[in-house]
Design a protein around this ligand. Structure first.
Ligand code: PLP
Ligand SMILES: N[C@@H](CCOP(=O)(O)O)C(=O)O
Length: 465
C-alpha cells in the first residue's frame, strides 16, 4: 500500500512513513494511491462482530506490511480497551428512520479518541522499533488537543505541543489540555482562532530545517491514520442497520472535513451510502461552497459549537484531489489561491462533489432549539455539535435510515446545554475532579519564530547562544 500527496510533488510513502511524516513535503496531504474495496459478502460478514474485529478487517488493507496481523490486532485491542461502552460506538434511535451514533465514550469524551487512541498505540510500536523520538505539534479547536494529550502523555518517545486558540475553547476542553502533569505535555494558548493555529502548524511543517531538526510529527487529520481510524464506525453502524442489503445515510457535524471524508472513504470502499450530509455551524464555508462553487474565506465567528469554528477546512483538499481527477497541480493551484482569500471550483469538480455530498447549516438559535427539542422529545442530551448534525439531518430524512454522528459528550459544553434544556450535563465520575486540578499552560503569540524557539528550547534542540 503506497501513499501519495494531494499536490503530486512529494515522495511516495508506506503507511508507516506517511503516518510518522504528517504533512507531505509539497504542503499536501497523503492519501492512498488506490482505495481497497470490500465485496458485498465481506461487508455482510461484519454484522455481529465486535468493534475491534470490524476495525481490523476494515483497516488491515491500508496498513500494508507495517504491522503483522498479530501486532495490529493487539494495537486495536489496546486502543479501545479504555472506552466506557462495550459497543464502543453505540447507536440510539431518535425517530422512525433516524439514529444517533454516539462517538463520545472514549477517554476524552469526543470522537477524536477513536483515532487518537489508535495512533498512540501505532506510534509507540513504530517508534520503539525505529528507536526514534519525535515532536508532535497539534492544532486544536478543543477536542483533538485533549485526545492527543491523553494518548501521548508520559511517553518517552514523544514530546507533545498543542496549540489552542486562547479563550475560544470550552472550560472542560481547556482543563483537559492544561491539567495533565506529565512533563512531555505542553499546552500552548495562542492568540487568534483555530485557523491561525492550524496555519502556524503547517508553516512549521513547511520549514524543513525546523521540521527535520525536531523530527516533527502531526496528529491532526493531516495524518492519514486519523482519517482511516474514523472509517471504521461508518461500517460498524451501517451493518447493524442492514447494510449492505440497504443503503444508509450519514449526517456529519463538520469543521476540518476529516470525519466526513472518512465516510467518503467508506463509500469508496464499497459501503452502500446514500447521502453524506455536511452539517456546519454559522462558520459555514463548506455549506456555502456546496451551494455556490466558491470557497471564500470569511472571518471565524465564535459560536456555541467551538470545535467547528473553522474556515480553512484542511481535509477538503483531499476531496478536491478526487474531484479534480487526482490532478495534484490543479489542487496546488487552488491552495495557492486560498492564500489570497479563496478559489472557484471548476464545474466538473463541483459536479463530482455534489454527487458525493449534500449540506446544511444551523444558526446559533437553531442549535439551541435543537438541543431543547431533542431533550424534550427523546430525552437525549446533545452537545451543540451533535445538535447541529441532528437539525441538518432532519432536513435530509429520506427512504434510507439516517445516522447522525454525535461527536462529543454534552458535558464538554455544559453552559450551552444548561441554557438550552435547563439540565446539568455532569462529567463522568473519573473526571469529577477536573475543576480541582492545577492548570499548566503557556500563553503564546501568533508568531511563528517565537513558537519555533519555544519548541526548540523545550525539546533541548535549541543551539546555545
Ligand atoms: C465535537 C466536534 N464535532 C465536530 C467536529 C468536526 O469534525 P471534522 O473536523 O473532522 O470535520 C469536531 C472537530 O473538528 C469536533 O471536535
Ligand atoms: N475540531 C478539531 C479541529 C482539528 O481537527 P483535526 O481533525 O484536523 O485534528 C479539534 O477539536 O481540535
Amino acid at each position: 500500500m503506497r501513499y501519495i500527496s494531494t499536490r503530486g510533488d512529494a515522495p511516495v510513502l508506506s503507511f508507516e512513513d506517511a503516518m510518522l511524516t504528517g504533512l507531505a513535503r509539497d504542503g499536501g496531504l497523503y492519501v492512498p494511491e488506490t482505495v481497497p474495496t470490500m465485496s458485498k459478502a465481506e461487508i455482510a460478514a461484519l454484522a455481529g462482530l465486535s468493534y475491534e474485529e470490524i476495525a481490523f478487517r476494515v483497516m488491515r488493507p491500508f496498513v500494508g506490511d507495517t504491522f503483522t496481523d498479530e501486532e495490529f490486532k493487539e494495537i486495536i485491542a489496546k486502543a479501545y480497551a479504555g472506552f466506557g461502552h462495550d459497543a464502543r460506538a453505540p447507536l440510539v434511535q431518535l425517530g422512525p428512520n433516524h439514529f444517533l451514533l454516539e462517538l463520545f465514550h472514549g477517554p476524552t469524551l469526543a470522537f477524536k479518541d477513536f483515532a487518537m487512541q489508535l495512533i498512540g498505540q501505532l506510534f509507540q510500536v513504530a517508534l520503539s522499533r525505529r528507536g526514534e523520538k519525535v515532536t508532535i505539534v497539534g492544532a486544536t479547536s478543543g477536542d483533538t488537543g485533549s485526545a492527543a494529550i491523553e494518548a501521548f502523555k508520559g511517553l518517552d518517545a514523544v514530546d507533545v505541543f498543542i496549540l489552542f486558540p486562547h479563550g475560544r475553547v470550552s472550560e472542560v476542553q481547556r482543563r483537559q489540555m492544561t491539567t495533565p502533569s506529565e512533563s512531555n505535555v505542553h499546552a500552548l494558548a495562542m492568540d487568534g482562532d483555530f485557523d491561525d493555529c492550524q496555519a502556524r502548524l503547517k508553516d512549521m511543517f513547511n520549514d524543513f530545517d525546523f521540521r527535520d531538526g525536531v523530527k516533527l510529527a502531526g496528529v491532526n487529520s493531516i495524518n492519514w491514520a486519523r482519517v482511516l481510524a474514523q472509517v471504521v464506525y461508518y461500517f460498524s453502524s451501517a451493518v447493524s442497520l442492514g447494510a449492505p442489503d440497504r443503503k444508509i445515510s450519514f449526517t456529519v457535524p463538520t469543521g476540518n472535513f476529516g470525519d466526513i471524508f472518512a465516510g467518503y472513504i467508506a463509500k469508496k470502499m464499497g459501503l452502500p451510502i446514500d447521502q453524506l450530509v455536511i452539517a456546519t455551524n454559522q462558520n459555514d464555508i463548506l455549506h456555502r461552497t456546496m451551494e455556490t462553487g466558491a470557497y471564500t474565506k470569511a472571518g471565524v465567528t465564535p459560536s456555541i459549537s467551538p470545535s467547528m469554528d473553522i474556515q480553512v477546512s484542511s481535509n477538503f483538499e483531499r476531496a478536491l484531489f478526487d474531484a479534480y481527477g487526482r490532478d495534484g497541480k490543479a489542487v496546488a493551484g487552488q491552495m495557492d489561491d486560498l492564500k489570497d482569500g479563496g478559489f472557484s471550483i471548476s464545474q466538473g469538480a463541483m459536479e463530482f462533489l455534489k454527487e458525493q455530498f449534500t449540506s446544511g447549516r444551523a444558526s446559533e438559535d437553531e442549535t439551541m432549539a435543537q438541543i431543547k427539542a431533542s431533550f424534550a422529545t427523546t430525552g437525549e442530551v446533545l452537545c451543540p455539535h451533535s445538535a447541529i448534525g441532528v437539525k441538518v439531518a432532519n432536513e435530509h430524512l429520506g427512504n434510507s435510515p439516517m445516522v447522525t454522528l454525535a461527536t462529543a459528550h454534552p458535558a464538554k459544553f455544559p453552559a450551552a446545554v444548561k441554557d438550552a434544556c435547563g439540565e446539568d450535563a455532569p462529567l463522568p465520575p473519573r473526571m469529577a475532579d477536573l475543576f480541582d486540578r492545577d492548570e499548566r499552560v503557556t500563553r503564546v503569540a501568533n508568531d511563528l519564530e517565537a513558537l519555533k524557539s519555544l519548541i526548540l528550547e523545550r525539546t533541548g534542540k535549541a543551539t546555545p547562544a
